[in-house]
Structures are given as C-alpha cells and as structure tokens.
Design a protein around this ligand. Structure first.
Ligand SMILES: Cc1cc2nc3c(=O)[nH]c(=O)nc-3n(C[C@H](O)[C@H](O)[C@H](O)COP(=O)(O)O)c2cc1C
Length: 447
C-alpha cells in the first residue's frame, strides 16, 4: 500500500496519559486548570505542524479522583482560548449526544468554527461514564443501543442546523438595506422521537460548513454510526492485525453506505516512551508503572470490564469467566481489547494493570525514536492507519521528545508535512467541505 502523508493529532490528557504521570517530577498537575498550560501545548503542536489537538471529556467527576489528576476545564471553554492563541492547528473537543440538546451544541460549534476560522472538530460521543446520568436528572445511564439511537437523530438535527444557512445567505448590502437573503435561510422543522427543533440556527454558516465529525466508539453500533457520519475516527488497538481489521471494516462500511472511504480518516492511538536505547525506554516505562497505585488501577480495570475485581489476588490470573457477554458490558470494544490481551498473554491482574496504565488500552510503544517511527510507518503502510492520535505518557515534556526526535524521522521518510498547505482542519485532513443540504443542486450547463 502506498502511503500518503500521515495525520498527527495531539491528544491532550491533563498531565499526560500514563495514570501515574502526575506523580512524576516532570509533570505539572498544578496547572491543569491554567489555560496557558493548554495554550502552550497547542502552540508546540502547531509549531510541529500537527493537524489538531484533541480534548476528551465526560460530564461527571471520575470516581477515582483520589489517585489521579483528572477533571479540570470544560472543553468548549478551553477550545475557545486555544483557538485565540493559535492560527493554523485544528482544535477538536468532545461533546455528548446523550447529555446535550442539539440546538445548544450546534450554536457552540458554529461559533467555534467562526472564531477559529474553520479549525474545529467535534468528537461525537454517547458518553461512556454512567455517573453522568445522575447529573442530568436521570435514574440510570441510557442503554448502549438507546444512546446510539439518540445520537443518530442528534446528528440529523445538528447537520440540518449547520446547513440551515446557505453559504451566500448573508448579503450585508448597505445600499439596499438588506442584510440577509431570507430565501437562503431555512427552517428545519424537525420532529423526531427525541427532538423537536424548528430552526434555523441563529448564526450564519461557518467556514467549514460544519465542524469535522470525529467519532471514537468501536462497538458494532459505534462502527455503523461512524460509517454513516464520521470523517475521522479515534480508535484503540494493541496489535497490527486488530488495527488492520478495524481499518478495512470501517472503510468497507463507509463504501457500503455510498461514501468515499477517503472521506473517513482512521487514527489509532499511540503512546510513546522514547529513550536513546530500547532498554532505556523500557526502564522509563517501568519507572512510571512502579508509581501506579493498585486501588486506582483496579478500579479502572473493573470499570472497563464491568466486574468488581477488588477482592481478587493482584498476582493471580484474570477471571475471564466472570465477565459478562459483550452486549451487556458498558465498554464494548475496550473490554474486548482487554479480554484479547488476557487470551493472548495470560497476564496476572497486576501485569494487566501495568499494561493498561500507560494509555487505557491504547498501544504503548517503548523504544528509540527510530523504533517509534518504524512502528508508525509499518501501521500506515500495512493498512492500519491514516494517521495517529499521539498520546504522550506525560505532559508537557512528553510531546517535546516526540516532536524533536520522531517527527524529523517521519519527515525524512516523506510521511509528514513540513508546512501547512491549508488553513482549515478539513484542509489539513484532506476532507471536502460539505455543501448545505438546502442549497439548490448546481444546474447543468445547457449547450
Ligand atoms: C481516543 C478516544 C477518545 C475518547 N474520548 C471519549 C470522551 O472524551 N468521552 C467519552 O465519553 N468517551 C470517549 N471515548 C470512548 C468512546 O466514545 C466510546 O464511548 C467507547 O469506546 C465505548 O463505545 P463503544 O462501545 O461503541 O466502543 C473515547 C475513545 C477513544 C478511542
């Protein structure tokens, strides 16, 4: 497979992705509510010509906050401040279709797309944390299938809202006194199972038409949803084979719903521990793992597989037999990823916790800069990725090592840009700008 240039996205977790990063001297957990911290990270990624920075989010406090620097600033607020402090890099943030109303979300992202001059992406999630339900007046987190059903209608509504102003609806004609051509601003009159929205949006069509649609669920429902809507997919894989299977499947699904598979970029996560020798990199990873706290790691693992593991012997085997069938688990794809590790490697619970400590199931690679560049190249060449979600084990320094040592190798190999060629996130990702569904289809010229 010939490889075109890759896309690199900096996934910013407050203090870094390793669960013990905040305990290390090189991290800065004191700054996770300081906006200049995030602005500086985005500026570094922009100087290295990354496609985008990305923020995950959930509308509930993590229940293991005692042992980890989680929580902090709300994404829309953070993205606004980052857009104002940068010029070219994309800014992607998470918002939930389960715990938002489409009209509010459409306004927020249209505004962000305007104020960033077309650099915004929306990571569409149905929210994985069940705790959120109790912050929104619900007794229970809606079931997986119900969440995806609502997400489907949510996307239909926000897409109509973002399309409700045609591109040339604003005339601003001082002479005639007409500001907007109201024939080009459309009510959407949506009446559905979950939403009733008249529209139009109260903001003109934004530079990208719509934010870039990003999606991050890999279950059966998640994949079908992504094939219909997503333009970029974040995903977690441990092995090249799993990543290839996912890549081929998602591109085939896109094709089967009439989409060009090129319009959907697959970005697996990679969390690099970098050393001047492979042994040094592995030793660094060990140092981080030695700082993990079993109470935290076990809780994380228990949440992921939907089983309380606190009574089990840390140095005993993982009890696969007590895990529910996939349809009954909260985290379909990630729990399967864990069970696959268990089937392949038979780790003890402690070893499994260490395995997941680096990046919650995303691939952790410890090696020299050449090793990391080789892995990236191999995954790209062998049909597993269009780019990567770079997940530094610690921040801020962890991204500098990647930028200084790995990015130049990718450039030497012709795999990564040396300069931005576009100005919008769509242009960075090689995605088309969508036409408004309300715009008349262009007439064919008659001879
Ligand atoms: C890179 C990445 C980032 C994610 N970010 C979020 C997030 O910010 N909020 C969230 O609720 N879920 C997030 N998820 C989880 C997915 O959206 C999804 O809820 C989870 O994978 C379970 O969905 P599934 O059963 O369809 O796989 C993320 C997943 C990945 C791979």
């Amino acid at each position: 497979m010939t490889v075109r240039q890759l896309h690199l996205n900096l996934f910013i977790y407050p203090d870094g992705h390793h669960e013990a990063a905040w305990r290390r001297p090189e991290s800065q957990p004191e700054r996770i509510t300081d906006i200049t911290y995030y602005q500086e990270l985005a500026q570094r990624a922009e100087a290295a010509k990354f496609d985008a920075v990305f923020f995950a989010d959930g509308p509930a406090l993590a229940d293991n906050i005692r042992y980890a620097a989680r929580g902090g600033l709300e994404p829309i607020t953070k993205m606004t401040a980052i857009a104002a402090a940068t010029e070219r890099i994309g800014v992607i943030g998470t918002s939930s279709t389960t715990y938002n109303e489409p009209y509010n979300l459409a306004r927020q992202f249209a505004s962000l797309d305007h104020l960033s001059n077309g650099r915004v992406g929306w990571n569409i999630v149905t929210t994985s944390s069940a705790a959120a339900a109790h912050n929104f007046g619900l007794d229970a987190h809606p079931a997986h299938a119900q969440r995806y059903e609502r997400a489907e209608e949510f996307l239909d509504v926000v897409t109509k809202l973002w399309d409700s102003w045609e591109d040339d609806a604003v005339l601003a004609d001082r002479e005639s006194g007409v500001y907007a051509d109201t024939d080009k601003i459309h009510r959407i009159d949506h009446e559905g199972r979950h939403f009733s929205v008249a529209g139009p949006l109260n903001a003109p069509r934004s530079p990208q038409g719509r934010p870039v649609y990003v999606q991050a669920g890999s279950s059966e429902d998640g994949r079908s949803f992504a094939a219909r809507w997503a333009e970029a997919i974040f995903t977690a894989h441990q092995t090249l084979e799993n990543a290839q299977e996912f890549y081929a499947d998602i591109k085939a699904r896109a094709r089967s719903v009439g989409r060009d598979p090129e319009g959907l970029k697959v970005l697996p996560g990679i969390s690099p521990f970098i050393g001047s020798t492979a042994a040094e990199a592995r030793a660094l990873e060990e140092e981080f793992n030695d700082l993990t706290q079993p109470a935290y790691s076990l809780k994380q693992l228990s949440n992921l597989v939907g089983v309380d593991l606190t009574a089990y012997d840390l140095d005993g085997p993982f009890p696969t037999e007590v895990v529910a069938p996939v349809g009954d688990r909260a985290f379909h794809s990630r729990s399967q990823l864990v069970l696959d590790i268990v089937a392949r490697e038979s780790p003890t619970i402690r070893q499994l916790c260490h395995r997941l400590a680096g990046a919650r199931g995303h691939r952790v690679v410890a090696g020299t800069p050449v090793d990391i560049a080789d892995t990236i190249q191999e995954w790209a060449e062998r049909g597993a990725a269009d780019g990567f979600n770079v997940m530094p084990p610690w921040l801020p320094g962890g991204i500098d090592v990647f930028i200084d040592e790995v990015v130049p190798l990718l450039r030497e190999r012709g795999l990564f840009r040396t300069e931005y060629t576009g100005t919008t996130l769509r242009e960075h990702l090689g995605l088309d700008r969508p036409a408004s569904q309300y715009a008349p289809t262009p007439q064919k010229e008659t001879a």
